[in-house]
Design a binder for this molecule. Structure first.
Ligand code: URA
Ligand code: SF4
Length: 209
């Protein structure tokens, strides 16, 4: 329960990190999840996207952003002129947090607690140090609070290029935007605008690189 720090391997390259993360017990989330969902994408990616926590589909497949939120993210990236194949995609927290819906019996995603975000942060920092991207996009408040501090407000500072907080080595520039799931959940009458705003934030990233 002491955080991921004690599970980090001496070899900090991506394959070694991914391997070691399989056995992480840095917080209690590993107990009810199927597997660690580590980041995926090229080691030399210039852009890293950070989500919140794996969803049901990600928990089953072991890959980040392969469910509905991932589909929307792929479309938004394409519209902004960014090829997802060139992006390293990961999450602030690497085990699925869920609760069983009484009615449907489906596993419903639950927001990770602050303590779990802090516990899992060493994996995220290690990934960013291994990939050394130019820009990191935080998708939603959880990722933003992991890299920009617990007081950070996405609504006040979305689309701005900022410096990561408490970053050991040379910090990448960080831009926060909304989570693709927030676009999916937006009321019908606001959804088009929410999507357009996400694409517009990603266009800031595309221009900066
Ligand atoms: N939502 C996330 O934050 N991450 C995923 O990998 C999938 C859905
Ligand atoms: Fe380790 Fe993160 Fe999983 Fe917690 S959520 S057990 S810190 S990998």
């Amino acid at each position: 329960q002491e955080g991921a720090e004690n599970y980090l391997p001496p070899d900090r390259r991506l394959p070694g990190l991914r391997e070691a993360a399989r056995d992480c017990r840095g917080c209690d989330l590993h107990r009810d999840a199927t597997q660690t969902v580590f980041g995926a994408g090229p080691q030399d990616a210039r852009l890293v996207m950070v989500g919140e926590v794996p969803g049901d589909r990600e928990d089953r497949t072991g890959e980040p952003f392969v469910g509905p939120a991932g589909g929307l993210l792929d479309r938004a990236l394409e519209e902004a002129g960014i090829d997802r194949g060139t992006v390293y995609v990961t999450n602030a927290v690497k085990h699925f947090r869920w609760t069983r819906d009484e009615k449907s019996q489906r596993r419903i995603h639950k927001k990770p607690a602050r303590s779990q975000i802090v516990a899992c942060r060493p994996w995220l920092v290690a990934e960013l140090e291994a990939v050394t991207p130019e820009v990191v996009v935080c998708l939603g408040a959880t990722a933003a609070q992991s890299l920009l501090g617990p007081e950070f407000k996405v609504s006040a500072h979305r689309g701005e290029l900022l410096d990561a907080l408490d970053f050991p080595a040379s910090p990448p520039r960080v831009l926060a935007t909304v989570h693709p799931s927030a676009v999916l959940r937006a009321p019908e009458e606001n959804r088009k605008q929410a999507y357009a705003d996400l694409v517009s934030d990603l266009c800031v990233v595309a221009t900066a690189m």
